[in-house]
Design a protein. Structure first.
Length: 740
């Protein structure tokens, strides 16, 4: 092992030295400044040591240098701009140090540079546009990943047409992917993951046929669909677009990516190929025979798990969790025969599969298809006829009976939910103690409780219906029906139900939800009393948190309106029905007034369980046309969302005493835009905004947010935003601006 002093000795006397390679030792201390005496040095490698201090600016005088390797050390300080003088430099590798500052624009002068690696440092600032001058970057790489770089990706990167590998992951890059990257026709690896990029994925990039190793766009804010051009990636090994906001059907062209070994699509809003009621995995994916990992979890996929997955002999990991798959789980293939290799959590309608999955057995179907059809059709018709007769007889019986009216059996509406007993809920809530009361509404009360399940204690919220109130039974049945077939990260999660009798023989009905630690949005916007605030601490949501909650609610409504098998209108959107978990994530709750619509907007197909008479919802939030007898529609939810959006950022209820006559929350905000937004917005949103540019950005964002609220809450339905997805998209864009 050489000492630091011996290095100084070498650099002081070996003027003819051309190659200095000291990598993979345990050298410490700074790089000697007098290394510049080695005027004939061509190759310098100090990699994988313990060197500290700065990169000597004297390196810029070594005019013959072709390679500098300083990687995997503890070097600090900024990259010397003098390195731009090294016209012969071909390789500059300084990744995995502690370098700070910006990337010098002078590096754009290195016309012969074929490899630039500055990843895993603490570099900041933007990517200099001058980097497009590095036209020789080719067979090797451009790596500036794992830093703190901000701004957008320069479109000039598309000039690096000889580039093979581009690493930009784990920075703070924003904006869109420049379509000019499609000019890099030799690119085999592209990693843009873990940034703040947004917009649609360009067709020119997703369809680069040269990509063969990796295309990683995960953990960004991309929206829109996965372009059909993805089918051009016939040689690609790894594709990862997970943790974005991509939606739409999975393109059938995915099946053309025959070399894919890893495919990660999780945490998006993909809904698969649409075939009647199924939004399933497209059958074309049978062509992905080389797959070793497939992750489709946390999307909006449904239908049966394709049997062709059982024929993927190389598949070692399969994650289908938190979708709406149903039916039999195939048993072929390595992954499907190994319980530790497959995850199907959150798909409550699956059956069969290997024994280790512990799923219920599938109902067997015997006989040929033609024979089954001949038997099934008469049975179905007979069953329907019998059901009609029973319902008619029940109606007359119930009308003539003096006993309390009974509802349709719960099993017909909520047979997907595990039921618990009255005694269990009594014990869970300490006999519905007032100390556990956390809320009360039109049809009942909500209690905090602890549900015991196989020695596991789960914190829950128990909604007990007051069946003496007119409409409470209908509300219970409507909520069961609405929650039976929906699942979304921004909807409250139902755990179980109870339809029983209490210890006095009275009907008892309750719904059990996952407990939301931070209460309702109502409590945060309008704390009940000053005493409560002193006892529990001040409740205040900053601008970023409120915007995230608004996006959560918009995404939930978008799912209900546009991505359910049968569109659902919530009908009672307001702050008290938006619950917050420990991460301040919004969850829409209370589906007691929800309506099901046919595919033709505005047609109510659930009249047997809901009424269209009177106002649907809560005064101040319900759409004006509802008060005039109009049928429910998604337009009504758009109106309620607009009012909610205005309330979140103005912190004024629509029923505030200041609103009377022609003045309401909508007109109050509309008259103030755009000049007087600071007068109507909640003043706490400007706290900490001492920087003038920050205040200007807040005002700009609030103007845009209030404009969306105004457009959604227009009095006439024809003047409102047509689709809640438009509001969600615009709010996402505002968030990107705010973060930027």
């Amino acid at each position: 092992m050489m000492s630091r002093f011996y290095i100084i000795y070498l650099t002081s006397f070996l003027h003819r030295l051309q190659v200095l390679s000291l990598n993979r030792n345990s050298f410490s201390g700074p790089i000697p400044y007098n290394i510049s005496y080695c005027s004939n040095l061509i190759f310098m490698n100090f990699g994988s040591n313990g060197l500290v201090g700065q990169i000597p600016s004297e390196f810029g005088s070594l005019s013959k240098l072709q390679r500098i390797v300083l990687q995997v050390n503890n070097l600090t300080g900024e990259i010397p701009p003098s390195l731009g003088n090294l016209s012969s430099l071909e390789v500059l590798a300084a990744f995995q140090n502690n370098l700070v500052g910006s990337i010098p624009t002078s590096l754009g002068q290195l016309k012969n540079l074929t490899f630039l690696s500055l990843g895993s440092n603490n570099l900041s600032g933007t990517i200099p546009p001058s980097i497009y001058n590095l036209s020789a970057l080719g067979f090797f790489s451009l790596d500036i990943s794992v830093n703190a770089l901000s701004g957008s990706i320069p479109s000039s990167l598309g000039n690096l047409t000889k580039l093979y590998n581009l690493f930009l992951q784990e920075n703070n890059l924003e904006g869109v992917i420049p379509s000019s990257l499609g000019n890099c026709q030799l690119l085999i690896l592209l990693d843009l993951s873990n940034n703040k990029l947004s917009g649609a994925i360009p067709q020119q990039v997703i369809g680069l046929p040269s990509l063969s190793k990796l295309l990683n766009l995960s953990r960004n804010h991309f929206t829109g669909s996965l372009p059909m051009e993805v089918g051009k990636l016939k040689s690609l090994g790894v594709l990862d677009v997970s943790n974005n906001m991509l939606s739409g059907e999975l393109p059938s062209s995915l099946g053309s990516c025959e070399s894919l070994e890893v495919l990660h699509l999780q945490d998006n809003f993909f809904k698969g190929s649409y075939t009647w009621v199924n939004r399933s995995i497209p059958s074309s994916m049978i062509g992905l025979k080389a797959l070793e990992e497939l992750d489709l979890s946390r999307n909006n996929l449904s239908g049966e798990i394709p049997k062709f997955l059982g024929g993927f002999v190389f598949l070692k990991k399969l994650d289908l969790s938190f979708n709406e798959f149903w039916g039999a789980v195939p048993t072929g293939g390595v992954a499907l025969k190994n319980a530790s290799a497959i995850s199907i959590t959150g798909n409550t309608k699956l059956c069969g599969g290997i024994a280790d999955l512990q799923l219920p057995k599938c109902k067997s179907q015997k006989g040929g298809s033609s024979r089954s059809s001949k038997l099934i059709i008469p049975l179905v018709l007979s069953g329907l006829a019998l059901l009609v007769i029973v319902m008619v007889m029940s109606y007359f019986f119930l009308c003539s009976s003096r006993r309390k009216r009974k509802e349709i059996p719960l099993s017909t509406l909520a047979n997907n939910f595990l039921q618990v007993s009255y005694a269990t809920l009594l014990r869970a809530t300490d006999e519905f103690s007032s100390a556990n009361l956390i809320g009360a509404g039109s049809f009942g009360s909500v209690y905090k409780g602890i549900l015991d399940d196989n020695d596991k204690h789960q914190l829950v919220a128990v909604k007990v219906f007051n069946l003496l109130r007119h409409g409470a039974s209908k509300s219970f049945m409507a909520e069961c029906k609405a929650l039976r077939n929906i699942k979304h990260r921004n909807l409250v999660e139902i755990i179980t139900v109870c339809s029983s009798v209490d210890f006095h023989g009275n009907d008892f009905k309750a719904l059990v939800y996952k407990y939301m630690d931070r209460g309702s949005l109502e409590e945060w916007l309008h704390p009940p009393t000053e005493i409560d605030e002193v006892r529990e601490g001040p409740k205040s949501l900053n601008l970023d948190q409120r915007l995230e909650i608004a996006i959560d609610v918009a995404c939930a409504l978008d799912y209900l309106h546009n991505h359910c098998e049968t569109p659902i209108v919530h009908c009672d959107l307001k702050p008290s029905n938006v619950l917050l978990d420990n991460e301040i994530t919004g969850h829409v709750s209370d589906f007691g007034l929800a309506r099901f619509l046919s595919q033709e907007a505005g047609i109510n197909v659930s009249n047997n369980h809901t009424s269209s008479i009177g106002i649907k919802g809560t005064v101040g939030y319900a759409a004006p046309e509802y008060g005039m007898g109009s049928e429910v529609s998604t337009n009504g939810d758009v109106y309620s969302f607009g009012i909610l959006l205005l309330e979140i950022f103005a912190r004024k209820r629509p029923t505030n005493d200041v609103f009377n006559g022609d003045l309401n929350l909508h007109t109050f905000v509309k008259m103030a835009l755009p000049e007087r937004v600071t007068d109507i917005a909640d003043s706490t949103l400007f706290e900490g905004g001492n920087n003038k540019r920050r205040v200007e950005k807040i005002v700009l964002c609030l103007n845009s947010i209030f404009r969306i609220g105004i457009e959604c809450s227009a009095e006439s339905p024809t003047e409102r935003l047509k689709n809640i997805s438009d509001a969600a998209f615009e709010l996402h864009s505002i968030r990107d601006v705010l973060l930027r």
